[in-house]
Design a protein around this ligand. Structure first.
Ligand SMILES: Cc1cc2nc3c(=O)[nH]c(=O)nc-3n(C[C@H](O)[C@H](O)[C@H](O)COP(=O)(O)O)c2cc1C
Length: 311
């Protein structure tokens, strides 16, 4: 069976600008998930993520939108917004680790309250026709919450369960708990997708060898650091394509062009590009060396010159 590779949602990184530029020049991604919608304090949905999922901003493959909620009412408000836009599926974020979020039972903060998750799912399924998938960590304080939760989820017609093999309080530190991931595979009847720390072809090979029954994989930071990773994994090849620099600079041009269409705040765009480059420096061949001139880049014109010089 072939493996299916999905791009993880990363707020501030895998927005529609990134997804669209990626889909025009790079490939081998089986699907994208949009960063989560969430509620503002005034009871409305936050504007930025709302715009990100507008169909006009997503002209290529359909993305799966995500929402973060800790009560049925908020879940349905965001789900109905997405259904009205024409989406047929939504992903529920049970993974966000940040304490400010988690202490309100949002993201991974709800994982140690399985009865609350079950209650919300019961109520939501009665009131929406949307298909629902979950993306979760394995727990909040440690990775044991998922042992209790997964069997309870077998009662629901979920499309999938994506598991980032860490617990919430870990944030992004420390290793993924692969022993626990192995333990949970038989506990669910749903399609299980593995997520966490796939940054190289070799990382993928090792995980595939350890979990041969898994065919769905989600890649986040590794896919930003090295946008060729998906095709390299699909081809089982550790070499970058010969023309990678050409393709990469085309990708950067499209990315920049897309941001420029939306805002004229050049300073903000430059900061954004430099954030992407913190990832690229890690994953591209001689990335650190390539990114060095960026230190001197102080305006968009010189950034454009910099990316033109790459191919
Ligand atoms: C900056 C950043 C933003 C993220 N935003 C989201 C998000 O909006 N929704 C979500 O489910 N996960 C989010 N994540 C988690 C990733 O989707 C993914 O689960 C995590 O990074 C582990 O996968 P990786 O090791 O392949 O990056 C975010 C992670 C980072 C580092």
């Amino acid at each position: 069976m072939r493996d299916f590779l999905y791009f993880a949602p990363l707020q501030s990184f895998t927005d529609h600008h990134f997804r669209n530029a990626f889909q025009q020049v790079l490939g081998d991604v089986d699907g994208f998930y949009a960063p989560y919608l969430k509620m503002s304090n005034d009871g409305t949905i936050k504007e930025g993520p709302k715009l990100d999922v507008l169909p006009k901003n997503n002209p290529f493959e359909t993305v799966i939108p995500q929402l973060m909620a800790c009560c049925t009412e908020d879940f349905l408000l965001m789900a109905n917004y997405l259904a009205d836009l024409g989406y047929s599926e939504v992903n529920w974020n049970l993974g966000c680790p940040y304490p400010m979020v988690a202490k309100r039972d949002l993201g991974s903060g709800i994982l140690n309250k399985p009865e609350k998750i079950v209650q919300i799912l019961h109520e939501v399924y009665i009131q929406t026709d949307l298909k629902i998938g979950l993306k979760m960590r394995m727990g909040y304080e440690d990775t044991s919450d998922i042992l209790k939760l997964l069997p309870l989820l077998n009662d629901f017609p979920l499309t999938e369960i994506i598991v980032h093999a860490r617990y919430g309080k870990q944030l992004y530190n420390g290793p993924c708990d692969l022993d626990r991931f192995e333990e949970i595979i038989p506990l669910t009847k749903h399609d299980l997708m593995y997520n966490g720390d796939i940054c190289t072809v070799d990382d993928f090979r090792k995980l595939k060898a350890r979990f041969p029954s898994i065919s769905r994989w989600m890649i986040g930071r590794g896919g930003i650091s090295n946008p060729f990773l998906f095709e390299m994994i699909q081809e089982d090849n550790e070499q970058f394509p010969d023309d990678w620099q050409e393709i990469f600079s085309e990708f950067l041009e499209l990315l920049l062009e897309s941001y420029l269409k939306e805002t004229s705040n050049e300073g903000n765009i430059l900061i954004k590009m430099k954030h992407y480059w913190e990832y690229f420096a890690e994953g591209l061949p001689e990335g650190n060396y390539l990114s060095k001139p960026l230190k001197k880049v102080k305006n968009l014109k010189s950034y454009q010159d910099f990316i033109a010089s790459l191919d």
